[in-house]
Design a protein around this ligand. Sequence first.
Ligand SMILES: [Zn+2]
Ligand SMILES: [Zn+2]
Length: 305
Amino acid sequence: MAQEQDILKRPAPKRPPRLTSRRIGIHTSTAGGVQNAAERAYRLGCNTLQIFSSSPRRWAPYELGVPQCAEMNRLRAQYDLKPLVVHTNYLVNLASSNERFLQMSLEAFRGEVVRALSLCADYLVLHPGSFRGADREQGLLRTAAAIAASTQGLDLAKGGLTILIENTAGAEFSLGGSFEQVAEVLERLEGIVPVGACIDTCHTHVAGYDIVSEEGLHQTLQHLDATIGLNRVKVWHCNDAKAPRGSKLDRHQQIGKGMIGKGTFRHLLNDLRLAHAAFIAETPIDRPGDDRRNIDALKKLVVET
Ligand SMILES: [Zn+2]
Ligand SMILES: [Zn+2]
């Protein structure tokens, strides 16, 4: 289905899409080559984008040729698409207490960093992992140590690449279900690797934070500032949620059609303390065109001053 509806198969738009003063984008397909993601994002009306640089649920990385990376850069410059966010493969678990699995994860994560550098990406988003077989505190320690170990000898600062730790729904053994846990990984890596945070609205909601009521959202943002620091949140994953607050069920929903609602996104997009961040949807495509509709929904919420 995705193939038939591919925006690249349709005629190019005659006029450039309307953009806002915020950076708004969506997780975009790299089918046919990584450079195609830039063209797709532009045609969808984005000024930032997120991609995978490997198959999200398999260990084999994509082939990233030098010409493809160059073309990606050219298109990003032409369309002013920034930042470029790469999301790490879901299999990587840097907190694993299984030696073999940890080795595979270390290698895969180093590959992610190398590919992000060759793509001149700004951010590499990582879920902090699962502490199954150990305790949470050990898990956080392992993840931080593994990030430091797997990036040794790679100059992220020179490449302009920052690793972003994403908060999670916090189910079972998964790390990152609270802002404190994300902050702890950041503290441990400060001065070793460039790090920041990615906050997912769906994960925040199902992890138990109130971001729906006005007062709750205000308090949650205050808490986020006191733990991670709002300036260290470089990317917001803008996803509505199918499941209720505190359910720990990570089910993304279209913007405005879930338990969170448009009000929260309107606030986030217009809060000047967050204006430096990129807002990226990872919303489901249930019907053709849902990607564009979700981007438009976010853009409409921006109040230009
Ligand atoms: Zn996310
Ligand atoms: Zn999610």
